[in-house]
Design a protein around this ligand. Structure first.
Ligand code: KG4
Ligand code: ZN
Length: 371
């Protein structure tokens, strides 16, 4: 019998998940309910935003040290919130990549140590797989489905065929979309993170005031590009300087509209391919993850694109769209149930594409830390 206070949780299905790949220290316990649906028993996330604020970005060394200081307390809190001890667990999952190597080592070593000390299976999880499987955690979405990952570190369209079976249909050839929001905010002298600030200012701005490009629109390949858009904002800002508050609002609105429409164009094309590859799906789904999915005008564009393509848009609650450990525990649970366990010698992998055949993307731009 499980010692869990959640009576409907199956005793053999509690997984502790640990996430330390970037600037969130997170731990969570996820189980499976008697009806087979996953259940989040706890989900603790400690953001390091303040530690990095003065530097205008995530500093890897500071991040790694902050993970070391916080992680045991966060794991303890996740177990306490779930009302269980280590020995009620059936497995331990940790993110081993992609991400910043120092943080990955902290999380992987902690997970392995708990697994070794409690004689539990260890599951080495790809952070992107955590995001990719989130619609199954929140909405019990059945395989296959299409996934749009839009955060500060990644911008990808993935076909999720099944556990461990992912095809990357498109990715950014330069900046991630969240990164473009952040850089745009920075060049306009607005605060960080840029996404929420730009969205707020855009509310009172005129999206038609500045003629900005819609990068990649109409391209056959499903990739994204956002750095040219950011440069176009810079040139428009320089031409309009000195900028009034109204100019800033208009620049934000114009940027956001261009970004949303570029994204919608790529997604529309991907949906067309999805519908033609899986014509018999009863309930075709596009799911989103990543912090940018919080943006209301981006969501509206995606809703429209999905409605036109006869596809259901699944947008999990924001705290499960952004980095968290529940998605890692849940991916670990699916892997544990499939018997896909890892040795304690499993290495961390700072670069680890979900679709290994899709890498590298030769001849195009830089890849972000998590690409
Ligand atoms: O998924 P996330 O929390 O962390 C990772 O990057 O992994 O995403 C953070 C990114 C940042 O670039 C932030 O500016 C962007 O998501 N973001 C937004 C909004 N809220 C957060 N972008 C546009 N509109 C928003 N409302
Ligand atoms: Zn992430």
């Amino acid at each position: 019998m499980s010692s869990s206070p959640f009576p409907s949780i199956r005793a053999a299905s509690l997984v502790l998940g640990i996430e330390t790949s970037c600037d969130e220290t997170a731990a969570s316990v996820v189980g499976r309910g008697a009806d087979g649906a996953p259940v989040i028993l706890s989900n603790v996330v400690l953001s390091q935003v303040e530690e990095h604020a003065a530097f205008g970005g995530v500093v890897p060394e500071i991040a790694a040290r902050a993970h070391v200081e916080a992680l045991d307390g966060i794991v303890g809190a996740a177990l306490a919130d779930a009302g269980i001890g280590f020995h009620a667990l059936s497995g331990v999952a940790a993110t081993v990549g992609p991400g910043l190597v120092g943080g990955l080592i902290v999380g992987a070593m902690t997970g392995k140590a708990i697994a070794a000390a409690c004689d539990l299976p260890f599951i080495a999880v790809n952070h992107l797989e955590g995001h990719a499987l989130t619609p199954r955690l929140t909405d019990a979405v059945a395989y296959p489905y299409l996934m749009l990952l839009v955060s500060g570190g990644h911008t990808q369209i993935l076909l999720v065929r099944g556990l461990g079976a992912y095809e990357r249909w498109g990715t950014t050839i330069d900046d991630a979309l969240g990164e473009a929001f952040d850089k745009t905010a920075k060049l306009l002298g607005l605060g960080q993170p840029g996404g929420p600030v730009v969205e707020r200012r855009a509310e009172s701005g005129d999206p038609g005031r500045f003629a900005l490009p819609r990068p990649m629109r109409g391209e056959t390949r499903l990739d994204f590009s956002f750095s040219g858009l950011k440069t176009a904002v810079r040139l428009a800002a320089e031409a309009a300087a000195p900028l009034s508050e109204g100019d800033l609002d208009d620049l934000c609105a114009s940027f956001q509209a261009a970004a949303a429409q570029s994204l919608a164009d790529r997604v529309t094309r991907a949906l067309r391919r999805f519908r033609s590859e899986f014509p018999d799906l009863v309930d075709p789904v596009l799911a989103v993850a990543g912090g940018v999915a919080a943006n209301r005008s981006i969501r509206a564009e995606l809703e429209t694109a999905c409605a036109k393509a006869g596809t259901r848009l699944v947008a999990p609650p924001l705290k499960l769209c952004t980095d968290n450990a529940a998605m890692i525990a849940h991916a670990g649970l699916e892997r544990l149930e499939a018997g896909r366990l890892d040795a304690l010698s499993a290495p961390v992998r700072p670069r680890w594409p979900l679709d290994e055949r899709a890498e590298p993307l030769v001849g195009f731009g830089r890849r972000g830390a998590k690409a």
